[in-house]
Ligand binder design. Structure first.
Ligand code: KIV
Length: 265
């Protein structure tokens, strides 16, 4: 019988230096392939707005969209820890409303919700986690704030902004977050954040020293027609099948050969 990964196992993987693999996933067939290939965590990201729905940002994604795709993924995966993204507008107003909006995602089969933001999310994370909902934070480039950030830009480049990222990461951990996605920041900053925390960090464009890595599935299979970021590697090239591509990704993350310097900042 396949046993599902737990928060305890994922936390221990960080302590043991065993890299955690994550990919985004949106349906049952891909979930079964990714699960079988040994991907530790599946994220039903609001990136679905771009790679599935064809929008030019994640902002139009709804709670109904994420709940639907979470239910699809949950039916296909037996071992992976399943994380559902809270879409724009579903968690910014109040802790109570966020709890109410997280419920359908857990009912659909997620074990954890992810939400973007730093200090302003402390109260909400504390509210959710003290009521039984595990939370993954998301710092650095937070795509739902693209209009405030002036585009999809690298974050934490100055000493002041890097220190701020480290401070906010500690606040999220203290509030109860048990995982943290770090997106698009210099490798040295992500390494400092990872060293400052007990909980695992999962990097995307954040260098090899995070506790694990995530990529958007459609990017690593090179089937998304949009612009490809420097941190993306095409794993389908040379691997012949989706299964072999995903196995290669898992192998390289575990061996710390992905991301290489050419994928980092
Ligand atoms: O929505 C998403 O796919 C994400 C990842 C980029 C981490 O948040």
């Amino acid at each position: 019988m396949t046993v599902r990964l737990t928060l305890t196992t994922l936390g221990k993987m960080k302590q043991d230096g065993d890299k955690i693999t994550m990919l985004t996933c949106y349906d049952a067939s891909f979930a079964a392939v990714l699960d079988g290939a040994g991907v530790d965590t599946l994220l039903i990201g609001d990136s679905l707005g771009m790679v599935l729905q064809g929008h030019d940002s994640t902002l139009p994604v709804t709670l109904t969209d994420v709940a639907y795709h979470t239910a699809c993924v949950a039916r296909g995966a037996k071992r992976a820890w399943i994380i559902a993204d809270m879409p724009f507008g579903s968690f910014q107003l109040s802790p109570g409303e966020t709890f109410r909006n997280a419920v359908p995602l857990l009912a659909a089969g997620a074990q954890m919700v992810k939400l973007e933001g730093g200090e302003t999310m402390v109260e909400t994370i504390s509210f959710l986690t003290s009521r039984g909902i595990p939370v993954c934070g998301h710092l650095g480039l937070t795509p739902q704030s693209v209009n405030m950030l002036g585009g999809y830009r690298i974050q934490g480049k100055t000493d002041e902004t890097a220190q701020r990222l480290i401070a906010e990461a500690k606040m999220l951990e203290e509030a109860g977050a048990s995982m943290l996605v770090l997106e698009l920041m210099p490798s040295v900053v992500a390494a400092a954040v990872t060293a400052a925390l007990t909980i695992p960090t999962i990097g995307i464009g954040a260098g090899v020293d995070c506790s694990g890595q995530v990529l958007v599935l459609h990017d690593m299979l090179d089937i998304y027609p949009g612009k490809k970021a420097r941190f993306v590697k095409n794993y389908l090239a040379g691997n012949g099948s989706v299964k072999a591509a995903v196995e290669a990704y898992v192998r390289e993350v575990k061996a710390k050969t992905f991301p290489a310097a050419e994928h980092s900042y």
